[in-house]
Design a protein around this ligand. Structure first.
Ligand SMILES: [Zn+2]
Length: 453
């Protein structure tokens, strides 16, 4: 058993001082506010982890200064897009400079370089307090479109990278069959294409879950998956994710082909429900919002990517009021910082509506923790409570950004940045310690250098 005395922690009941938590087999076994420390526990300072990442203590307590919050869920990731950061803004950085660079990276990756890039990217995520990632994985095959000897070698590389980085992964194996409605895949898109919905489903059967890895499914979009294959993907078990109405052109093409909005098409094919996450949900009709709300679908917003690509601002609050559940993702990894994503949801609404006060810090933290974890198939993660997975994310409350901000939910959402994280525990294991950032930076540099070499 391990014990942590948290100087300050965000519990389901609110922020509390001096919280003693005990952890056994990766799960919280007790959570006590203001315990009688002297009577029961001997303080040992911050514990030194052993070489497996476990705090080296027995019958003693690790004292954790700062504000500790539950583990964050990054519900929408394309790991290889991390190689694009800073490189797609050339000239003035149009949508086309972005897409050209994205396809260039997709064309170059090998199982080895993809593994190294994903490992470094997932370590960056861990360093920013992310304890689960939803990987929307669509790069499946060799550059000429032929399957590898192991047709899931790239998916397995992602699962292994997450394991080594120390976070949980939900591999959302993505069906991608068309360049656009009625258009065959071309160029690098052949790496994404399984040929049919049934062939996609047969390949995905070869993936197995692990203690840190769940398998889910994704429909890339209504552009990339023909109508008759949508139901095949939706019929799989586990979390189901789909890019939805990110840009107006997608809505126009869908209406022209089917006479339905993308939301209406997904509804008609049985793809909307409580395990569905619609990603972006930017350009919606009133009927779309009501439909997604009635389905209780998760709405995964990725504000830093949506602003980078010039997508627009989706109706986050209206979706919430209709019954949808907000989650967050860093998507293209132009930024990996869920603190920035949380506050961007509120700040973007302010710009769009010319009014303040749509989302509270508490609600945004819930989106980034319990709701996000549940959307990825980890309903037993996201709060510091008995029986939950032991994830602990600790923020420095005296940094340049956080000092004097009240050390509460508002510090986390409206002041903190990813660089304020000092320690991360996932499933009871210490996976990030203060000072690890420098080494992770070098690893990213090396991995991205190899991709572009
Ligand atoms: Zn995406």
């Amino acid at each position: 058993m391990t014990a942590y005395l948290l100087e300050r922690a965000l519990l389901p009941s609110g922020v509390a001082d001096d919280v003693l938590v005990t952890v056994d087999a990766g799960v919280f076994t007790s959570v006590q506010e203001s315990p009688d420390i002297r009577g029961n526990w001997r303080l040992s300072g911050v514990a030194t982890p052993d070489n497996r990442g476990n705090p080296r203590i027995s019958g003693e307590t690790c004292s954790v200064p700062g504000l500790t919050i539950p583990g964050l869920a990054n519900c929408h990731s394309h790991a290889f897009h991390r190689a694009l950061r800073g490189r797609t803004q050339r000239e003035r950085g149009t949508f086309w400079t972005w897409r050209e660079q994205m396809y260039a990276v997709a064309a170059r990756l090998t199982p080895d370089t993809y593994f190294e890039l994903a490992l470094a990217t997932y370590r960056e995520m861990v360093a920013t307090g992310i304890t689960s990632v939803g990987e929307f994985h669509y790069l499946h095959h060799q550059p000429d479109g032929q399957p590898y000897d192991d047709p899931n070698v790239l998916g397995r590389a992602l699962i292994e990278a997450a394991k080594l980085a120390g976070l949980r992964i939900t591999l959302l194996d993505t069906c991608y069959l068309a360049a656009g409605i009625g258009q065959p895949p071309e160029g690098v898109q052949r790496r994404f294409d399984d040929g049919s919905g049934d062939a996609w489903a047969a390949r995905v059967q070869g993936l197995t879950e692990q203690p840190h890895a769940r398998i889910g499914s994704a429909i890339h979009s209504v552009r990339a998956v023909p109508r008759d294959a949508i139901a095949t993907v939706a019929a799989q078990r586990g979390p189901l994710h789909v890019h939805l109405s990110e840009q107006r052109a997608e809505n126009d093409q869908c209406l022209a082909a089917y006479g339905l909005t993308p939301t209406e098409l997904l509804e008609a094919e049985g793809a909307l429900g409580e395990r569905t996450s619609v990603v972006h949900a930017t350009h919606l009709t009133d009927t779309d919002i009501a439909t997604l709300g009635a389905a209780r679908a998760f709405a995964c917003f990725c504000p830093t990517t949506e602003r980078d690509l010039g997508d627009g601002v989706g109706p986050s609050r209206r979706l919430h009021e209709a019954g949808s559940r907000l989650t967050l993702g860093s998507d293209s990894h132009a930024v990996i910082d869920l603190f920035e994503e949380m506050r961007a949801v509120e700040l973007d609404e302010r710009l769009a509506t010319e009014q303040r006060g749509h989302w509270s810090a508490r609600e945004l933290l819930q989106a980034a923790t319990t709701t996000g974890q549940a959307s990825l198939g980890w309903p037993d993660a996201g709060s510091i409570a008995v029986g939950q997975r032991a994830d602990l994310v600790t923020l420095d409350t005296s940094s340049l950004r956080t000092a004097g901000t009240g050390r509460d939910e508002n510090t986390a959402v409206f002041a903190a940045a990813a660089g304020d994280i000092t320690q991360v525990v996932v499933d009871g294991r210490v996976v990030l310690r203060q000072g690890d950032g420098e080494q992770i930076g070098r690893q990213l540099d090396a991995a991205i250098g190899k991709v572009w070499a």
